[in-house]
Design a protein around this ligand. Structure first.
Ligand code: AMP
Ligand code: MG
Length: 421
């Protein structure tokens, strides 16, 4: 691990004073080793977990050919060609769960309902809206294609096929799929344990009165929420004053009980920023000035066996760096192989946006559907302390390094929030 960090920091394109966003992402992903410990859970309890092995289908789904419609099952070869209908004789009914087991002879048909087993002799279903039944018999239209409205055995999954690949996040559809296979339990990776704490002499815990110059510690709550949404087990270690001994013992405690440690504050180069000093002593850390706004200073590394992410103190910078870097890293550590950052889409900006070239900016935006496609407006003041901007927003407006001020009407890149916020 130490070697990896050294190796990374020796790479030609490593610039600790202005690391581009994409490079920082690539560096982070290079040194993460996913969790290996697994447990076996009932599929309901596995919601939000990651499959630790391929789940192989033990059966064909569906288990038999069946009807996709309420209608009439018949043999396609028995209808006349051309327009019009062929009159057939009804010989029985096939209900879902109660198949018609008798034979179906030439010119005969079976009333059938959605999901009901196709009678062995039939190959096609005419939907009921197109069929009339009267004293003369059942009038089946001649213009259907052979096999129409018939679902085939195994068309969803065949016996032996990979139903759920290892590394997949298990969502509601996945647990439904497992249930459709009759699978009641699944092997998943253990939850990632993520310890976090805040640093800063000015921080007070909610429930205590504020003195002059003090503020409430909000980052611990935001981080708790994001970790919960990301499927991790949060371990809240509290907040600490900018004191080397306090922070040293917090790191020591965190590294013995967690897979990942997240801190906020104390990563800039201010006088009172101890995180860097502590970590040089206790672990190995890459400190980065990422060429982004907000979130320029960020630390990534390892303390003992735990991965470490030192986020900036500003509340908006916490959410942005979490979203842009920590989120993907947690997914990798959770064993996910299916994770991708939310795709960006294009939207027309409806207000003027101020920006200086030189850094990637993640401005908070509100994306809506306008008459001519997506429109986005930014949420007013973009200061990195203004957490209400993040509450109102549903997306980031991603402005590239080279971009300067942007006029209304310009098409910009937008990255939707991904449920974590
Ligand atoms: P720092 O990165 O420690 O220099 O902090 C940058 C700014 O974020 C300062 O204005 C801090 O007061 C503020 N800040 C730091 N930690 C927190 C926190 N846990 N909750 C709210 N604001 C914070
Ligand atoms: Mg501070």
């Amino acid at each position: 691990m130490a070697a990896t960090i050294r190796e990374l920091s020796c790479a030609d394109d490593y610039d600790p004073n202005s690391m581009p966003v994409d490079k920082a992402r690539a560096f982070i992903s290079k040194f993460l080793a996913p969790i290996q410990v697994t447990e076996r859970l009932h599929i309901r309890a596995a919601l939000g977990r990651v499959a630790a092995q391929d789940v192989i289908s033990p059966i064909d789904v569906p288990g038999h050919d069946n009807s996709a419609m309420d209608g009439w099952a018949y043999r396609h070869a028995d209808v006349a060609s051309g327009d019009g209908a062929t009159v057939m004789k009804r010989v029985g009914t096939s209900y879902a769960g109660k198949p018609y087991l008798g034979p179906v002879g030439r010119g005969e048909c079976v009333r059938i309902f959605t999901g009901a087993v196709m009678p062995a002799d039939c190959d096609t279903v005419a939907m009921q809206e197109r069929v009339t039944a009267d004293d003369a018999g059942v009038h089946i239209p001649n213009d259907l294609k052979a096999g129409q409205n018939r679902r085939f055995r195994g068309e969803d999954l065949k016996t032996g096929a990979v139903a759920l690949p290892k590394g997949t996040l298990i969502g509601p559809a996945a647990i439904g799929l497992l249930a459709s296979l009759g699978v009641a339990e699944v092997n998943v990776y253990r939850k990632l344990r993520v310890a976090f704490f805040s640093t800063g002499d000015e921080l007070k815990t909610i429930g205590t009165p504020l003195g002059a110059g003090e503020i409430y510690d909000s980052n611990r709550y935001t981080i708790y929420g994001m970790l919960k949404r990301a499927g991790c087990q949060p371990i809240d270690l509290g907040n600490f004053v900018d004191d080397p001994d306090a922070i040293r013992s917090a790191f020591a405690a965190a590294s013995t009980q967690a897979d990942v440690i997240i801190t906020s504050g104390g990563v800039s180069v201010g006088e009172a920023d101890f995180i860097k000093q502590m970590l040089n002593e206790m672990g190995e850390v890459l400190f980065w000035k990422i060429a982004m706004k907000p979130g320029r200073p960020m630390a990534v590394g390892k303390v003992g066996g735990a991965y470490f992410f030192g986020l900036p103190g500003n509340p908006v910078a916490v959410t942005v760096t979490f979203y842009q870097f920590v989120r993907a890293a947690l997914a990798t550590l959770q064993g996910r192989t299916d994770y991708a950052l939310p795709p960006t889409c294009k939207a027309t900006l409806t207000n003027k946006v101020k920006k200086m070239p030189g850094r990637t900016e993640f401005q908070r935006g509100i994306l809506t559907m306008g008459a001519n496609g997506y429109e986005v407006r930014t949420t007013g003041d973009q200061g990195s302390g203004i957490l209400s901007s993040m509450v109102q927003a549903n997306c980031f407006v991603v402005l590239s390094t080279e971009t300067g001020n942007v006029e209304p009407g310009t098409v910009v890149d937008v990255q939707m929030f991904e449920g974590v916020m």
